[in-house]
Design a protein around this ligand. Structure first.
Ligand code: SAH
Length: 514
């Protein structure tokens, strides 16, 4: 018997990928088919299995990519053929998302469905602008209202006379183009013209924009600012709380656009930190981490682990591949008993700690020279050392160790290769000079970034962006390629790299406001 399919109606939240639910993530990771609307970010779509079928049915305001009947039919069709279907919708699926219609149609066809609610823009977007929808003494109720109703419709489904004065906070979705009509109705029904109003566009995104006024002047203000959708309109006394509660604009990286060039698998920690600090991360993964085609040298080393005095790990990738191969070769972790471990820096050490290994040595300075300084007094001549690392890494470490009379097994386990397909939108952003900072976290991110964008573009890119390098080796490579390096932390970690960017951004902001 064929497996029975099913449809999950999933709310994707208002924009910030961090606002997607855990349950939504769980289903996305299992789905065979993902059917998604406009404005669903890549971070959420990337949660899908690599072999999942991705179907875009979004609407770009006037031209409908797929009529609703066809979307309904598609969902039923896929589920009938036994597929697990994730139907992703912006915000919450049952708040002006036609989720109810789709659910009814699915049920009529005898197919199972479940709903995963999402964070609706109606509440989250005001929150990101520092506006609570309820507040003691200011508003004890709120309503979410369609702003789409056309002027001139003879029988309004909105009872303006009832909502205008009886509800504390009014949140209109899809209403910016109808702002004048909405304001006129509220005033005609008796809401005071002094009532504060906020328009919020692309709320929760890094380019969120807020315009505030009152019912008396918001229409003129919006016209003057040429305020565009998608946006929500918030009407009510709590809007005034924004003066005291705005928080996004106060985040340390608010307004900063930072290019992240690391491999996608590694980039998440930097990207997440940029977002948590309120900045925009422009993901431009210039490298892919590819395992070496020939793992025999590593396998040979793994079979004689007990003979090593030390293993030196110089990257998180190196750690991951080492242990994956150990397990695929059926080698027990206890073979490492008695072997001392050196990690180039705290990130590598913490990856080892996740595997239950406490390292003997982390150098003061997180690069090859630092490792040499740290191990100088610990190594004995004739001792065997294993160095699993990237193809093309600097020679100084094994060369110097050999000078000391140590036996070094240098084993190449992976390679950083240039990414072939890059989102052209991101490329344009960088070439147009829209980024504020360009981060490089290894020499291969520099060389491959230049390979992708072209050596002739370096000068032009550098003219409008500050280059931040994780450490001196990366910085030297960046200079070789013609970049002027503006920022480098004293300690070579992602955290400190972000700190110097934050400091620099603040000085810069202070200069502007002076
Ligand atoms: N189901 C969605 C709403 C769909 S209607 C939800 O629960 O959020 C689409 C409208 O939602 C847009 O016209 C706009 O008014 C509002 N909207 C959605 N995301 C938004 C955002 N990030 N910023 C501002 N408005 C948004």
């Amino acid at each position: 018997m064929q497996k029975k399919g099913m449809v999950y109606l999933i709310g994707a939240g208002p924009g910030d990928p961090g606002l997607f639910t855990l349950k939504g993530k769980q289903i996305m990771e299992q789905a065979d088919v993902v059917v998604y609307d406009r404005l669903i970010g890549p971070e959420i779509l990337e949660l899908a299995r690599p072999d999942a079928e991705m179907i875009y049915v979004g609407k770009a305001s006037s031209d409908h990519a797929l009529p609703q009947e066809q979307i309904n039919a598609l969902l039923v069709d896929k589920a009938m053929s036994g597929k697990l279907v994730a139907r992703l919708k912006g915000g919450d699926p049952f708040v002006f998302g036609r989720g109810g219609e789709e659910a009814l149609f699915i049920r009529e066809h005898g197919i199972d469905f479940a709903v995963v609610p999402g964070i609706t823009s109606a509440i989250a977007v005001p929150a990101y602008a520092g506006i609570p929808v309820t507040h003691r003494d200011a508003s004890s109720s709120f309503a979410v209202i369609t702003g789409h109703e056309k002027p001139g419709k003879s029988m309004s489904s909105i009872h303006w006379d009832k909502i205008a004065t009886s509800i504390g906070t009014l949140v209109f979705l899809m209403g910016v183009e109808n702002l004048a009509f909405i304001v006129e109705n509220l005033l005609a029904a008796g809401r005071s013209q002094d009532t504060p109003v906020a328009l919020i566009r692309r709320g929760t995104f890094p380019d969120q924009a807020v315009l505030t006024g009152t019912l008396a002047d918001i229409v003129a203000q919006a016209r003057q600012a040429d305020f565009k959708p998608p946006a929500i309109i918030v009407v009510g006394e709590t809007v005034a709380l924004r003066n005291d509660l705005r928080w996004r604009e106060q985040q340390p990286l608010w307004g900063a656009r930072i290019v992240v060039t690391r491999a996608r698998a590694q980039a998440s920690s930097l990207v997440e930190r940029i977002r948590l600090a309120g900045g925009e991360a422009i993901e431009f993964p210039s490298i892919n981490i590819v395992r070496s085609a020939d793992m025999k040298p590593l396998h040979a080393a793994l079979r004689r682990l007990t003979q090593y005095g030390w293993i030196i790990f110089t990257s998180v990738n190196g750690v991951d591949i080492f242990f994956e191969e150990m397990s695929s070769q059926g080698i027990d972790i206890r073979e490492l008993r008695g072997v001392k471990i050196c990690a180039i820096g705290p990130a590598t050490a913490s990856r080892l700690a996740q595997r239950g290994l406490i390292v003997e040595s982390i150098p003061e300075e997180y690069r090859a020279e630092g490792i040499l300084a740290a191990l100088k007094d610990s190594l004995k001549p004739g001792e065997n050392i294993l160095l699993p690392r990237a193809q093309g890494a600097r020679k100084i470490l094994p060369a110097e160790l050999r000078e000391w009379g140590v036996m070094v097994d240098e084993v190449e386990t992976y390679q950083a290769t240039a990414v072939e397909s890059i989102d052209s939108g991101q490329k344009e952003k960088i070439l147009r000079g829209e980024a504020d900072y360009l981060t490089f976290t290894s020499s291969s991110t520099v060389s491959n970034f230049v390979k992708i964008l072209g050596a002739d573009k370096v000068k032009a890119i550098n003219a409008s962006v500050k280059v931040a390098c994780i450490g001196p080796v990366t910085a030297a490579t960046a200079r070789e390629f013609g970049f002027e390096v503006n920022l480098m932390p004293a300690k070579y970690t992602i955290d400190t790299l972000l700190e110097v960017i934050i400091q620099d951004y603040h000085h810069h902001q202070a200069d502007i406001s002076r």
